[in-house]
Design a protein around this ligand. Structure first.
Ligand code: ZN
Ligand code: ZN
Length: 438
């Protein structure tokens, strides 16, 4: 709708001199200041460009946006700055600010063991020497806490846990070789003072944050994708349908069998529990329920008809706002595309939609749930690979999960549902068992 106070937006040039009008320049400055207050800017240092050409689809740094607006003007009818947070309820803007802690790594360790933390503390009080406590969980916890507080050398604020996490992260991000990390660690050991502590190699580095790990299942599959060796079929040696061998070689020197193809499954339940155990996130899982909305403006999936219909159909589920609603998406992915090798694997991702709009599309909340191996598109066999995930989703819907919510300091019974799947058309066909091509 046209707004009188924002007429300057579409009166860019002076009709006589053909130069920028002062009102326009002032207005743009005001707009930039407004956009910079939004959580979106605070996390990425970029804002959407509302110019004629970018139409709010492109993220740019503010100087660049200012330039675009002076040259091309605003896109049509952008009187309400909705893409820059206008008309969002006020409370939401505050939520993004985290509780800044003096040692976020210690918080991370505590978050990971939140379910058992009281028990661990109690045991630690009773045990005289914690290092020799019979409970492996207690030992692992204290080991991690020690690593989270011990600086790499006297006088630095970098802790061992932090350095190890950083190194592992670098390895993944740049696809570094094992040997490369081994050299890094030995180099770091050379440059820090003698009394400093640093892991010797990648093997030791990986062990430092090990207790933080979330579970991951490896399930063997038939190399033609007819079945997965799982549950009742877990001990079979050959495929039930095509008779193909499960293993490349049955036993190697170290006594392990090498399978032809492996499906990786990352269970959802423990990840949801970890969200509820994490201090600055747990409270945000009720965002969709607690924050008042402006009617007529869509800012979150919970504003949509489908969500409201679901609430209506399942009043018991929706009466607990902490119950999680998910969407699922899958799409083929060519990891070696640029080398011309044909290999297509299918990641399946699950995202909780309870979080506020600026968090639920962040990478850390898009959970990789299944990694369907290649080299070929799973086609109509996709449902075979989906079995573990579907079984868990069914369990989360009916049997419930006992979960600790740190924001309210209480245990509750968590349920989860799958609201949507988001795919392109071919994947949509595969997922629902329909034909969309040919
Ligand atoms: Zn632009
Ligand atoms: Zn088979």
């Amino acid at each position: 709708m046209k707004r009188l106070d924002r007429e300057w937006m579409y009166e860019r040039l002076d009709s006589d001199t053909k130069k920028l009008r002062l009102e326009f320049v002032k207005g743009v400055q005001e707009f930039i200041i407004y956009a910079k207050q939004q959580p979106e800017y605070k996390s990425s240092k970029q804002i959407r460009c509302p110019c004629e050409k970018c139409q709010n689809k492109v993220y740019l740094v503010v100087q660049e946006v200012q330039k675009h607006l002076s040259l091309k003007g605003y896109c049509d009818g952008y009187y309400d700055w909705v893409c820059h947070g206008e008309n969002f309820p006020v409370e939401e803007r505050i939520v993004e600010e985290r509780i800044v802690s003096d040692n976020p790594y210690r918080d991370m360790v505590e978050d990971s063991l939140r379910d058992n933390i009281d028990q661990i503390r109690e045991e630690a009080l009773n045990a005289e020497v914690v290092d020799e406590s019979p409970n492996p969980l207690v030992r692992a916890f204290f080991e991690m806490l020690k690593h989270g507080e011990q600086p790499v050398y006297e006088g630095t604020k970098f802790t061992l846990l932090q350095s190890a996490a950083r190194l592992i992260n670098l390895k993944c991000e740049w696809n570094l070789a094992h040997k490369c990390i081994d050299s890094f660690t030995s180099y770091i050991r050379d440059i820090i003072p003698e009394k400093g502590v640093m892991t010797r190699n990648l093997y030791e580095t990986k062990k430092v944050p090990k207790a933080l790990q979330l579970p991951c299942d490896k399930i063997d599959v038939c190399c033609f994708g007819c079945m997965i060796f799982w549950e009742d079929d877990a001990d079979l040696d050959k495929c039930k349908k095509c008779g193909e061998d499960r293993y490349k070689c049955k036993t190697t020197q170290n006594g392990k069998s090498v399978s032809k193809k492996v499906l990786t499954y990352f269970p959802l339940g423990p990840r949801l529990q970890r969200i509820y155990a994490t201090k600055h996130i747990a409270g945000q899982m009720r965002w969709h329920y607690e924050n008042p909305r402006v009617s007529g403006i869509m800012s979150h999936p919970s504003d949509g008809e489908a969500w409201k219909h679901f609430d209506h159909q399942h009043p018991q589920f929706s009466s607990e706002p902490r119950n999680v609603r998910h969407r699922l998406c899958t799409e083929g992915f060519q990891p070696f595309g640029q080398f011309g090798t044909k290999y297509s694997c299918w990641p399946v991702m699950v995202t909780p939609y309870n979080l506020p709009p600026w968090l639920c599309m962040k990478r850390q909340f898009i959970f990789l749930s299944l990694m369907i191996p290649g080299p070929k598109n799973p086609k109509q066999n996709l449902d075979i690979y989906l079995q573990p995930l579907l079984k868990e989703l069914k369990e989360l819907w009916s049997t419930r999960l006992f979960t600790y919510d740190v924001s309210r300091k209480q245990n509750f019974i968590l349920r989860a549902s799958l609201l949507w799947t988001i795919n392109d058309f071919p994947a949509y066909g595969m997922l629902s068992g329909w034909t969309t091509a040919g």
